[in-house]
Design a protein around this ligand. Structure first.
Ligand SMILES: C[S@@+](CC[C@H](N)C(=O)[O-])C[C@H]1O[C@@H](n2cnc3c(N)ncnc32)[C@H](O)[C@@H]1O
Length: 265
């Protein structure tokens, strides 16, 4: 792995979001959360603020359901892909979807929303306590007094966090939309137990040309459930629900995503 071209940036996750088409391909089967967020959007009546809108996977569904949505995203390639997708919609739908570039910590719009959402692990890209606090301040700034804040993050899996960093976990072949090549895909996992940050190195091995192989890191802050509840509490939120899936199941050892709906305290 050491010989491969490794793209490292300040937070270690940007490379994962540098190709919106690859992101859409990789997560094309992830649909179960879209209904959850769309139902919340319909119940709120809108408008909705989505923090970390990505390629618009959730925002576009909300816009199509007839609800106005503002999506904020710092990664230009993700935003470009979202704009490309929105551009294919009828004008009435397009007019309901506003996309803005920026990091959620610094966002200060002059309007409030009955619903703020951060779907699919966006909060796991807030790595320090200061960043997390700025994230919650952004939500407080934009929420209407009786508004709801909904987001999901992975449930830390102790067995997974204890994985040997040099061990290769092989996946299958992955056709990359950038060049159509079928790369041999593997992952390596490492965990910093003090910062509570896991790094997944996604290794794409070119079948014939080693120089075209590459790795992309994905770093994610881990949130243990009681810690998440404390963070929400001490940042001015009351938890309406904290479940182990998008249908309301309790959190258990089998949980993949913790799903939180909170209000202002
Ligand atoms: C796993 S994607 C989820 C995207 C979208 N919400 C979805 O459900 O498909 C995480 C997104 O969070 C974005 N992100 C990372 N750090 C961010 C920050 N500080 N502010 C806003 N978005 C951020 C990433 O660029 C990426 O698009």
């Amino acid at each position: 792995m050491a010989k491969r071209k490794t793209i490292r940036r300040s937070t270690g996750s940007e490379a994962h979001y540098e190709d919106g088409r690859y992101y859409d391909q990789a997560y094309r089967r992830r649909r179960h959360d879209v209904r959850f967020y769309t139902d919340l959007a319909l119940a709120s009546g809108g408008p909705v603020l989505e923090l970390g809108v990505g390629t618009g996977r959730v925002a576009l569904a909300i816009g199509r359901a007839g609800i106005e949505v503002v999506g904020v995203e710092p990664m230009a390639p993700m935003l470009a892909r979202a704009r490309e997708r929105v551009g294919k919609f009828p004008r009435a739908t397009r007019n309901r979807i506003e996309l803005r570039k920026g990091a959620l910590e610094r966002l200060r719009l002059r309007r409030t929303f009955p619903l703020v959402i951060a779907p699919f692990n966006v909060w796991m890209h807030l790595y320090t306590r200061e960043q997390i606090e700025r994230g919650f301040a952004t939500v407080r700034h934009h929420l209407e007094p009786r508004g709801r804040f909904a987001f999901d993050v992975l449930l830390p899996d102790p067995a997974s966090l204890a994985r040997e960093p040099t061990k290769r976990y092989r996946g299958g072949e992955v056709p990359h939309p950038r060049d159509g090549v079928r790369y041999r895909y593997s992952e390596y996992f490492s965990y910093d137990p003090v910062a509570q940050i896991e790094t997944v190195m996604m290794d794409f091995e070119h079948p014939d040309d080693e120089s075209r192989s590459f790795c992309t890191p994905l770093t994610q802050r881990q949130f243990f459930p009681a810690e998440l509840e404390a963070l929400l509490h001490y940042n001015g939120f009351e938890i309406e629900s904290h479940t182990g899936d998008f249908k309301g199941a309790p959190i258990s050892a089998a949980t993949e995503s913790q799903v939180v709906v909170a209000t202002l305290r």
